[in-house]
Design a protein around this ligand. Structure first.
Ligand code: NAP
Length: 520
């Protein structure tokens, strides 16, 4: 059985960096060029020699690199296909290449469990003469029997034991993190869950006891499913600062991968020096989400589709406003473990209007839609004394909401005769395109038009409204204000609204630039 780490300070710096960046390349020259470009900001690299058609050709280049960057920590990996890598050679060739990489100065060598148990022990142990050995195991299907796997791995003497599983649920992260917390004081472990849902383990694994974690060089160069870039780990999630006191938050929904909430919330935490991190939580079921909230534990979540209503019955309490709306977008986990629910979408509608209108009392407001966001808007505006009208594609939900909130319904045919202080679009019509609009130009009789949609920033509705002489309020303001309110509920501090707006505008610009056709 291996016990405490056997590697010595002679081989490695006492404190290893938390993030190891995997470097690949079409050939050895490209791999080394990338390494040269990376090394200033990334003192810890993994050369994925198995990505090269001729890994042996990289060895002299690695030697030169190690000589010119003596402070860099480097792992050499030449994983065979049977263990999830790309190397098509034999076990003997894998070990031979790793031995040469060790000779070239790589301080760490990754040997797959499959190779180690089938090779002669002496052959594997020989590699440890000059380098530390990472014994690795990858499970591409799930996160199961981690203890059993570790016991099997401990039969091979190694300096680090690396277990990489796949998260198919958020709860798999809980399994990995508990495993790391339990075993990492006895063994030097590296533990990560792959997959989109494994993000929790990638960010929080290091505080649970994983010696380090892996990151991709860029979104196009991931060497494992769900890997995030080193830049994201450092700048967005501030992994170097994550410690036992770091509070964990996240946006939970299905789908959730394109959410801008991690960008805006992590920027706010950073600006206000709050020791907290905010993650994307792809919850395929509510049960999985609830297990994760208690297991990690999470301090709060932003709830998005499709759980805003369904989560209510799992909460210990909600404020009266949220109960009336019947939907919760903000959960707080108190110190006693109890879950409290709030709805900040109403603040997202009310705050931008308060900034523009001298008073909301008596303001005549038309809300388009009768779904969750419309309900928040209607109740929020009624609470401020507005005269609220509702128009929905189907009349049933509009009538029900009007009855519950003491608002009125209107018929679309009557719109040309009516005028409003504000029209609020709470339907998804116009989302993701600039063609669709919930109202035609002649139906827009209002001083202000507020579209909840924020992508695109200027919807067709807002364009028509501008042409009609109305002032427009883009959905981004709602997005920022509902997030700002969440920040305030979670931290008790005023939210850095300007920083949040700037961050989300930048993220939208980047997104638009990525989806724009490349001009030749
Ligand atoms: P929801 O609960 O699904 O409600 C959608 C509403 O839109 C329903 O009233 C539905 O009418 C109506 N609708 C859907 N498709 C329509 C169509 N083709 N023509 C006319 N009406 C249609 O959705 P939600 O959660 O309320 O969200 C509504 C919109 O607000 C979404 O675009 C969402 O992205 C946006 N939103 C933005 C923010 C922000 O921060 N900016 C926050 C929350 C929501 P029926 O009753 O007839 O189905």
């Amino acid at each position: 059985m291996s016990s405490a780490p056997t590697y010595t300070p002679r081989l490695l710096p006492l404190r290893m960096p938390r993030v190891c960046v995997a470097v690949t390349g079409a050939d050895a020259s490209e791999m080394m060029e990338k390494a040269e470009a990376l090394v200033r900001d990334n003192p810890f690299l993994e050369f994925r020699l198995d990505y090269l058609a001729k890994p042996g050709l990289a060895i002299p280049k690695i030697k030169a690199f190690m000589e010119s960057h003596p402070d860099t920590v480097v792992i050499a990996t030449c994983r065979r296909t049977v263990a999830g890598g790309r190397f098509r050679g034999s076990m003997a060739s894998e070990l031979d290449i790793l031995a040469k990489a060790s000779g070239a100065g790589c301080q760490l060598l990754d040997v797959a469990l499959q190779t180690a148990i089938k090779s002669k022990p002496a052959q594997v142990q020989k590699l440890r003469a000059r380098s530390a050995l990472i014994l690795s195991f990858h499970d591409f299907r799930g996160t199961k029997k981690l203890d059993e796997k570790l016991q099997k791995m401990l039969a091979v003497q190694a300096d680090f034991h690396k277990i990489v599983s796949t998260a198919t649920t958020l709860s798999d992260n809980v399994t990995m993190i508990r495993f790391l917390a339990k075993e990492s004081d006895k063994h030097s472990l590296i533990g990560i869950c792959m997959g989109e849902q494994g993000i929790i383990s990638r960010v929080l694994g290091v505080r649970a006891g994983s010696v380090f974690t892996f990151a991709a060089l860029s979104p196009d160069e991931k060497t494992a499913p769900g890997q995030v870039t080193a830049q994201e780990l450092r700048n967005l999630y501030r992994i170097e600062q994550v410690d036992a006191a770091t509070r964990v938050y996240g946006v939970a929904g299905d789908p959730v991968v394109h959410s801008l909430s991690p960008a805006i919330m992590n920027a706010a935490f950073r600006r206000e020096n709050v020791n907290a991190v905010y993650l994307t939580l792809h919850a395929k079921t509510l049960k999985d989400l609830l297990t994760c909230i208690r297991g990690i534990p999470l301090h709060g979540i932003s709830v998005t589709m499709p759980y805003k209503e369904a989560i209510l019955k799992h909460l210990d309490n909600t404020d009266s406003h949220t109960t009336k709306i019947g939907a919760c977008n903000t959960v707080v986990r108190a110190q006693d473990g109890k879950l409290y629910g709030f709805n900040t979408d109403a603040a997202g509608v009310v705050r931008p209007l308060e900034r523009r209108l001298p008073t909301l009392e008596g303001a005549k407001i038309l809300v388009l839609g009768a779904g969750g966001a419309a309900r928040a808007a209607v109740f929020g505006l009624k609470e401020r004394g507005c005269e609220v009208y509702i128009l929905n594609r189907t009349t049933g939900p509009a009538k029900k909401l009007a009855r519950q909130a003491r608002a009125r319904t209107v018929k679309r045919a009557d719109l040309k005769k009516l005028s409003f202080d504000v029209i609020v679009n709470a339907t998804p019509v116009g989302m993701g395109n600039t063609r669709e609009t919930p109202l035609q130009e002649h139906e827009i009789n209002a001083r202000y038009v507020f579209d909840m949609i924020y992508d695109p920033a200027e919807t067709r509705l807002l364009k028509l409204a501008r042409e009609r002489g109305a002032q427009v309020i883009p959905g981004i303001e709602m997005f920022v204000q509902q997030a700002a309110r969440q920040f305030e509920i979670w931290t008790g501090k005023p939210a850095p609204g300007d920083e949040m707006l700037r961050t989300v505008l930048l993220a939208l610009q980047e997104r638009a630039a990525k989806s724009a056709p490349v001009k030749k």
